[in-house]
Write a protein that binds this ligand. Structure first.
Ligand code: GLU
Length: 473
């Protein structure tokens, strides 16, 4: 076991966003690659927005994706005493100080800065308070916050993704580390916890880059060794803007409901910012773990391409057996309100899985073969009917009696294939002109499993009924 320890530290203030899932995945892949430990820490310090339900959704999403944690979940809210002790140690060492400014005074300073066209920044030099005023407010028992005394020094680190990054302490605030109610703010809580949990690599979204210099200053002030920082590139929607609800589904659970398989989602997310080196896109889990390095994480943002996700899902679906797909399909049929009764779904799934992109799509196809009321004539189906004109119904009228002559006992894919070929030959019809109308009659569309398999799956009586309906339509 290596000494490497990484963590995923979500705030349970919402569902598990795909960006969060990608962060979790990269931490997990890195830990697996080096044989380290993956810690899960729930950052539930925002009491108003954090809920147990959100925590559960995050745990469920990770479990669904197969991202397992070695330690935790730990809850940041339980570490308040340690956060306070760290703030007090900084105070005692003169590296932090009590600030008695009131909200009104800060608002006034903010307004003044913005009127002068500048950004507001709080430092001891910019917002001095005379010693006697501090003593007076202290004696009056006025509320105070604890601020970090930002040193005037260079703060630099070699980011494992972005390379060398450097800030100057003088450009940063004396930021608050402890609120007047004694609770820690994010930057202190996260550093205190990462030190206590012996985290060696902080791998997170690059929206946190601006927090990193403040956190490094805290590590230094607390006398702790710095971890390696790796800031992952942003995930964008197709329009190049940061991925958000506007772009459609962003919750991992939505993709589960849409019929995406966890292995496909994991593979897809892994390629959001990481390249396995070659051109291949389907990377099995063991390969991913073997090849994952932080050096191979790209700096530039990646685009969340739903079409590609569905394509990838289709690749995974076709590799799964009908048995493996049975439970997910049944779950989706349940959502669609379809009761399969005693029908054996395995041959239907087998016939359909190669062309399905999502389990939902697969379940809809299964449903349309089981239940006539699920038949919908799609655009391609309508186009074929228009293109063939009279010949559409004529062709079906020739096939109908030939199929009707096949008994239920003889009805199978081979038999109906022979019958339909004979219909084509006897009437000098192209095979497509015999098969396509049947496909449209039975599925509503022009793309499906081979027509003879389709007839076998739908069954004799139901196939004849659908052909009859299409003739009369
Ligand atoms: N709780 C923080 C968030 O959800 C993560 C902090 C971190 O990874 O350092 O953004």
């Amino acid at each position: 076991m290596s000494a490497t320890r990484v963590r995923f530290a979500p705030s349970p203030t919402g569902y598990l966003h795909v960006g969060g899932a990608r962060t979790a995945l990269f931490n997990w892949l890195y830990a697996k690659h080096v044989g380290g430990t993956f810690v899960l820490r729930i950052e539930d310090t925002d009491k108003e927005r954090s809920t147990d339900a959100h925590t559960q959704v995050i745990l469920d999403g990770m479990t669904w994706l197969g991202i397992t944690w070695d330690e935790g979940p730990f809850f940041q809210g339980e570490y308040g005493p340690r956060h306070r002790a760290d703030a007090e140690a900084l105070l005692a060492a003169g590296k932090a100080y009590k600030d008695y400014h009131t909200a009104a005074e800060l608002d006034a300073a903010r307004a003044k800065a913005s009127a002068a066209g500048g950004a507001f920044r709080f430092t001891r030099a910019l917002m001095p308070m005379p010693a006697e005023e501090i003593t007076r407010r202290e004696a009056a028992g006025d509320p105070f916050v604890i601020r970090f005394a930002m040193p005037d020094e260079e703060i630099a680190w070699d980011d494992a993704v972005h390379g060398h990054i450097s800030w100057q302490g003088r450009d940063l605030d004396d930021f608050i580390i402890l609120r007047s109610d004694g609770s820690a703010i994010y930057n202190l809580a996260v550093v205190s916890d990462d030190i206590a949990m012996k985290i060696t690599h902080v791998i997170r979204g690059d929206d946190h880059i601006s927090n990193t210099p403040k956190q490094i200053a805290l590590y230094r002030a607390l006398g702790a060794e710095l971890p390696i920082f790796a800031h992952l590139p942003m995930i964008l929607g197709a329009d190049g803007k940061k991925l958000s609800k506007r772009h459609g589904a962003t919750a991992v659970g939505d993709y589960q409901d849409m019929g995406i398989m966890p292995a496909a989602m994991r593979n897809f997310l892994a390629l959001m910012g990481w390249s396995p080196g070659g051109d291949e896109e389907i990377v099995p889990e063991a390969e991913m773990i073997a090849r994952f390095t932080l050096e191979a994480v790209q700096k530039k943002a990646s685009v969340f391409d739903t079409t590609k996700l569905e394509w990838m899902n289709g690749q995974y679906l076709s590799q799964l057996s009908a048995e493996e797909l049975l439970a997910p399909v049944e779950r989706q049929l349940g959502i669609l309100g379809v009761d399969a009764g005693t029908r054996d779904l395995l041959p239907i799934i087998d016939a359909l899985k190669a062309r399905a992109r999502t389990v939902t799509h697969l379940a809809e196809q299964v449903a349309s073969r089981l239940d006539r009321s699920r038949l919908v004539r799609d655009d391609k189906g309508n186009a074929l009917v228009t293109k063939m004109g009279e010949r559409f119904a004529q062709s079906l009228r020739l096939s109908y009696p030939a199929l009707e002559a096949v008994s239920a006992a003889e009805w199978n894919a081979e038999k109906v294939d022979a019958v339909l070929r004979a219909v084509g030959e006897a009437n000098t019809l192209k095979l497509g002109d015999v098969m396509q109308p049947i496909r449209v009659a039975l599925t509503g569309g022009t793309v499906s499993e081979p027509v003879n398999d389709l007839l076998a799956v739908v069954g004799r009586d139901e196939s004849l009924a659908r052909i009859d309906l299409a003739i009369k339509a």
